[in-house]
Design a protein around this ligand. Structure first.
Ligand code: TYM
Length: 346
């Protein structure tokens, strides 16, 4: 595999409230990656409409996710922050990838099965095709690294399969046109840390999610300190004190989840947290977790509120990001068209 320039891409959907899982599994890690990589962070509005969105609410949510990126510490001068629909190359490449990806591959996607539920015949074609658009998001930039939560693992495997098949199917043209052995990198998923899968506060076996009907299942980035405190105090636990060793968290999903959240919020490991709190009762541990969560999330929520009050500024950030994103994607997609054999305007 030839060397590709290291580039980070990731995306967040503008649907429903952003929660602690989105923050710890993704956005907080996006911020950290800026020190080491060139990064593109995308508000994936084309993905959002795979299920019905009220138009005015969608507009509001696109700006809110952008505000969350900025409030969390993504620097739009350094990283490219934009919304997907402003860069036409995403949809264009998705079509070409529709003709590379196989039905059998998409039939295996568990997220579609979960989201479509029993009423599969009534799901949008876009929902089924969702992971192909994701591959196009990443590969339009030939991104090499993608930080995500664990729930996106299967989608990133599909991205790798699509890249591989494109590279194989068009190997001759790729080499002839001077791109060497492969046009697309085989993207590395970056899934890890103590919060790769943050679980519901009401049920440690279920993922924390935007769509859970109970607001007590999640901490939203826009929650105030009272709401954060209430939700942590009401979080489900078991009757035992915290263990001192990791092994003691086995079969205790709620304890494991709270320890993981504490670790991620404090940039520590589960081991570090158990060293400090092993033997503690949940009442004491939850008190410390409330203080920590309020200290870390409070300023982000306040800054988000300040930013969304100025939509003109947010829209300017998105427009600037879209222009910079397109400048990277356009030559890549032009090369893809040549590789496939299309005739294009020059
Ligand atoms: P989305 O909008 O559902 O979630 C955004 C990010 O948050 C992570 N996440 C979690 N991490 C830990 N624990 C949780 N409970 C939790 N819930 C969500 C997700 O893994 C994700 O990283 N398909 C993507 C958006 C997307 C994308 C892309 C991502 C579109 N194109 C290209 C990467 C690259 C999604 O729906 O994320």
């Amino acid at each position: 595999m030839p060397a590709f320039k290291e580039l980070v891409f990731s995306g967040v959907q503008p649907t429903g409230n952003l929660h602690l899982g989105n923050y710890l599994g993704a956005i907080k890690r996006f911020v950290a990656m800026q020190a080491q990589f060139d990064c593109l962070y995308c508000v994936v509005d084309l993905h959002a409409i795979t299920v019905w969105q009220d138009p005015a609410e969608l507009t509001r949510q696109i700006r809110e996710v952008t505000a969350a990126f900025l409030a969390a510490g993504i620097d739009p001068a350094r990283s490219v922050v934009f919304n997907q629909s402003q860069v036409p190359q995403h949809a264009e490449l998705a079509w070409i990838f529709n003709c590379v990806a196989r039905l059998g591959w998409l039939n295996r996607m568990t997220q579609f099965k979960e989201k479509a539920g029993k009423d599969r015949e009534n799901a949008s074609v876009g929902l089924y095709d969702y992971p192909v658009l994701m591959a196009a998001d990443i590969l339009a930039y030939r991104a090499t690294h993608v930080p995500v939560g664990e729930d996106q693992k299967q989608h990133l495997e599909l991205t790798r399969d699509i890249a591989q098949k494109f590279n194989n199917d068009f190997a001759g043209a790729i080499a002839e046109q001077g791109h060497g052995e492969a046009f697309f990198p085989i993207t590395e998923p970056l899934i890890g840390g103590p919060a790769a899968r943050v679980m519901s506060l009401r049920d440690g076996t279920k993922k924390m999610s935007k769509s859970d009907p109970s607001d007590y299942s999640r901490i939203n980035l826009t929650d105030d300190s009272d709401a954060i405190a209430q939700k942590v105090r009401k979080a489900k636990t078991d009757a035992e004190p915290l263990p001192s060793e990791i092994a003691g968290l086995e079969k205790r999903p709620e304890a494991d989840n709270l320890v993981g959240i504490f670790a991620a919020l404090s940039d520590a490991t589960r081991e570090d947290v158990l060293r400090d709190y092993g033997g503690a009762q949940f009442s004491a541990f939850k008190g410390a977790l409330v203080d920590l969560a309020v200290a870390k999330l409070g300023p982000i929520g306040a800054e988000m509120q300040r930013l969304v009050a100025d939509p003109g500024h947010i829209d300017a950030v998105l427009a600037d990001g879209a222009a910079r994103a397109e400048a990277i994607a356009a030559p890549n997609i032009a090369a893809v068209k040549d590789i496939v054999g299309f005739v294009r305007r020059r």
